[in-house]
Design a binder for this molecule. Structure first.
Ligand code: TRP
Ligand code: ZN
Length: 849
């Protein structure tokens, strides 16, 4: 291991920057292999710092010249940056460097995608563009001049002037370097405009390759709705004359909130009914909102250092969740968010990668763009809002924007604003930011005379580096139902602060049923003894939609557990209860579709492991299959009716109601093929005029082994559409029977369209493979070997994507000794590669330690 890989950065070591920046001017002379970057930066000593050397980050740069106040200087260079003697007064730093965007395969800094120049600077990519204090607490206005032969030349801020082969941009809002962006290429715009609340005219553009112009309308509409929503709900207006979005095909993450110039993975902006599913439409709407909302939560107020990442990400995810709830309905959105949290964040918390919402140390910050920082970070804000109430939350947010606009802030600043605005004491609540692990909440019920007692207790298991846990401040939403299904006590928030507390409800002569953790009011695991009869009762009667769904899920998990552990048949009572629930016309179709989604194989493995059993992935897979068949047999008539009745007449619309109907019809189809055979799915595949129905039919056919012909036809029709072909690759891997998954991946990675250098395509095969639980965890270790072979190949080229894929191994402790050993051996093989990136090395080390 090189010394670099061992550099650990600690939150506790933060020191303010020794020099501040007043202004940045950049000139880019674009060339694929020899771009020149000329920088002119006004520095001044930071009066609030204890001093220190003048250090500028810089990596993989060729320094051509450097000057201070016009005089040539010879800085001392290392592979991380430079130091230089500087005056003890304000001065101007000028430098010229050369970089090679066409050789930049890491997709960090300035790189090329499909002949177009683009940048990705978060978190520490700007240091690959020029020498600069590349840390978020150094903020400055930027002026940028671009020179190159591309017809479109974009950067942050407002356009100043342009001519043949050049353009100048001015961003008046001080920003850290990670929000810098430039784009240059042959791009076409889908344009529109927006008038802000106070009358500012804003030009809006979505820049794409000319052939993708027809796939921008929905994204543009989502952008305008986001802008309006942020004004209406948070009082936040846009602050430049122009807002540009650019779609790029090669992108490590989802999208990026660069000031005034958001850059998107094309998969998260381009869509049309023919090429995108309802899930894509919803995700695109949410990500466009997310990046737009960063303009205030992230850009105007940024993070002091990268340990505070959740300050912008948790809050912005929370805001995009609220937005999607307002657009598409809060109950279904809450269920989806809980599913996602459990699938990705609870898994992280339960294994060797567990870390607090605000981590305390890291080697490579790119490895901390995690479900914990993002999704649990958002849950923590949801809890804060529940604790202080909607009005308190609004006051606190107003104060946050007023007090910290223009700042690089911390979580302490954030919590202080809530304390000052509402008077709430958040000292215990703050533990949510520093304590890792998912708390287990136990609920016991007791009824005596006319008093009902609910005893809540909490416990959090040890996580790496945190053997001892303290009780957290948990808001627990509870309602009580009478035996006939009436709500006898409406939802109230119980405040749990101790390890154990008892809450009393009086005036209840008959024993009520407690609906606990309504709306998933805290990101915890609820342990509450429940009979199948009680769960069925809650599924039918709970007035809280989240908990009604939760009861159904609970039933399904219990049934699956019995099938896996005892080989029992699917319980009749469960099948009857599910049939009743999906038949209920008063329930939202989208909600009913969610009821038909069984707990995943990963959910079951986690559950069995937590209950003290070693899971067997093949057995889980087989039981899952058996339960699906049992549902198809029991509810055949109901499912056939749902599939027919929820086909909507008329042209495709991506709205939530239409999407919910399609989701229910397609959920039914998934089961129907198991008993009816392929005809119905084949018919849908033939006639579908939209990707949602086409892909659902294709999936149903592949699932029953009738996919060959439709897969070939799908490929012939879509082979030139990269985004659609990602679905074609991904679907075959996800649905491959466990015993064939390795061979399927081998076959697909040999396909002429498999381009492993494109992150989307890589993930559509190898990412999907890691999620095919029984296929990836094949007992002979062939799945582990296969993934590791690819990571060894990918790491030198793109460390970020390779490192993230290593997370597939984080479940190591769950499995039997044989699999554990094979997983460990595979990881050791990866870590013994010479020249392994710091990114990947850190992930492997954390999993193996
Ligand atoms: N800040 C981006 C967001 O909105 C995340 C992001 C974009 C990112 N590109 C990245 C994170 C590259 C790590 C690496 O959430
Ligand atoms: Zn974000």
């Amino acid at each position: 291991m090189s010394p670099r890989q061992q550099t650990v950065i600690h939150l506790a070591d933060y020191t303010p920057p020794a020099y501040l920046v007043d202004r940045v001017e950049l000139v880019f002379r674009l060339d694929p292999r020899a771009t020149r970057v000329v920088s002119r930066v006004g520095f001044r000593p930071n009066p609030d710092s204890a001093g220190g050397p003048f250090f500028l980050h810089g990596e993989e740069l060729k320094l051509i010249s450097a000057r201070i106040d016009g005089e040539a200087v010879s800085p001392e260079l290392t592979d991380r940056g430079l130091t230089c003697d500087v005056p003890d007064a304000p001065f101007v730093w000028e430098a010229e460097v050369e970089i090679a965007p066409a050789d930049n395969t890491a997709l960090e800094g300035l790189y090329m995608s499909n002949g177009m120049y683009c940048t990705q600077c978060e978190a520490e990519g700007f240091r690959r563009i020029t020498y600069y204090p590349d840390r978020p607490d150094v903020m400055a206005p930027f002026f940028v001049r671009l020179e190159g032969d591309a017809p479109v030349l974009l950067s942050n801020g407002n356009p100043v002037s342009s001519g043949e082969g050049w353009a100048e941009w001015d961003d008046p809002w001080p920003k850290p370097a990670y929000l810098f962006a430039l784009v240059a290429g042959e791009l076409a715009a889908h344009s529109d405009s927006f008038v802000t609340k106070s009358g500012r005219q804003v030009a809006l553009n979505i820049w794409v390759r000319p052939e993708d112009r027809g796939k921008c309308a929905f994204g543009m509409d989502a952008l305008k709705r986001s802008m309006r929503w942020d004004e209406d709900v948070y009082g936040r207006e846009y602050d430049l004359d122009i807002f540009n979005i650019v779609a790029v095909d090669d992108f490590n993450a989802g999208a990026m909130e660069n000031k005034g110039l958001n850059i998107f993975n094309s998969a998260l902006v381009l869509c049309s009914p023919e090429t995108a599913t309802d899930g894509d439409f919803e995700r695109i709407e949410g990500v466009i909102a997310h990046e737009y909302f960063h303009n205030w939560t992230g850009n105007r107020i940024t993070c002091r250092d990268w340990f505070q990442l959740c300050l912008k990400e948790g809050l912005t995810v929370f805001r995009d969740q609220q937005f999607t709830g307002d657009m598409r309905g809060h109950s279904v959105k809450r269920i989806r968010d809980a599913l996602e949290l459990r699938a990705y964040q609870f898994r992280e918390d339960a294994g060797p990668l567990a870390h607090p919402v605000r981590p305390e140390s890291f080697v490579e910050i790119n490895n901390f763009y995690t479900a914990t920082v993002y999704e649990k970070g958002a849950e923590v804000i949801g809890m804060l809002r529940r604790i202080v109430g909607g009005e308190g939350y609004e006051k606190a947010l107003d104060l946050y924007f007023e007090r910290h606009d223009g700042d690089a802030a911390t979580i302490e600043d954030w919590l202080q604003v809530f304390e000052d605005a509402t008077g709430e004491d958040l000292s215990q609540f703050a533990l949510w930011y520093s304590q890792a692990g998912t708390p287990r909440l136990s609920a016991r019920e007791d009824h005596d005379g006319d008093t009902f007692r609910l005893t809540l207790s909490q416990e959090t298991s040890p996580t790496p580096g945190q053997p001892e846990k303290s009780p957290l401040h948990i808001p627990v939403a509870v309602g009580l139902l009478g035996q006939n299904g009436d709500e006898v006590v409406p939802t109230r928030i119980l405040t749990l602060k101790e390890a154990e507390q008892t809450f009393e409800f009086t005036g209840l002569p008959t024993r009520p049923v407690a609906s606990v953790l309504r709306g998933f009011s805290a990101p915890v695991i609820l342990d509450q003894p429940r009979s199948a009869r009680e769960s069925a009762f809650l599924l039918a009667h709970d007035t809280d939609p989240f908990n009604a769904w939760e009861a159904g899920r609970r039933l399904a998990e219990d049934v699956l557990t019995d099938m896996i552990l005892d080989g029992s048949d699917a319980s009749r009572d469960f099948l009857d209860a599910l049939d009743r629930a999906i038949s209920d016309p008063d329930r939202d179709p989208a909600f009913r579709a969610l009821l038909l989604d069984l707990p995943s194989e990963d959910d079951m493995a986690k559950r069995l492991f937590e209950a003290g059993t070693t899971p067997d992935p093949d057995l889980i897979h087989a039981s899952h299959d058996a339960l699906a068949h049992a549902i198809a047999e029991r509810s055949g008539a109901t499912l056939a009716r749902l599939h027919t009745d929820h086909q909507l007449p008329g042209p495709f619309s991506p709205d939530a109601r239409a999407a919910g109907n399609r989701a229910l019809a397609n959920a039914a189809l998934r089961y129907l093929v198991l008993t009816e055979g392929p005809d119905r799915a084949q018919a849908q595949f033939e006639t579908a005029d939209n990707m949602t129905q086409s892909l659902a039919a294709l999936g149903a056919l592949v699932r029953i082994g009738k996919g060959n012909d439709p897969l070939a036809r799908f490929e012939a029709r879509w082979k030139t559409d990269r985004l659609v072909m990602n679905k074609w690759f991904g679907l075959q891997v996800s649905l491959a029977p466990p015993a064939e998954a390795v061979e399927k991946v081998q076959k697909l990675t040999a396909h002429p369209l498999f381009d492993w250098t494109n992150p989307n395509r890589f993930r559509s095969v190898l990412g999907a493979f890691a999620m095919n639980q029984a296929g990836f965890h094949r007992a002979d270790g062939a799945g582990y070997d296969l993934l590791i072979d690819w990571l060894i190949r990918l790491d030198p080229r793109n460390p970020q994507v390779a490192a993230r894929s290593v997370a597939a191994f984080q479940t190591i402790s769950r499995w039997d000794d044989g699999r554990k050993k094979l997983m460990r051996q595979s990881l050791e093989r990866l870590s013994s590669q010479t020249g392994l990136s710091a990114d990947t090395a850190e992930m492997v080390n954390r999993i193996l330690s």
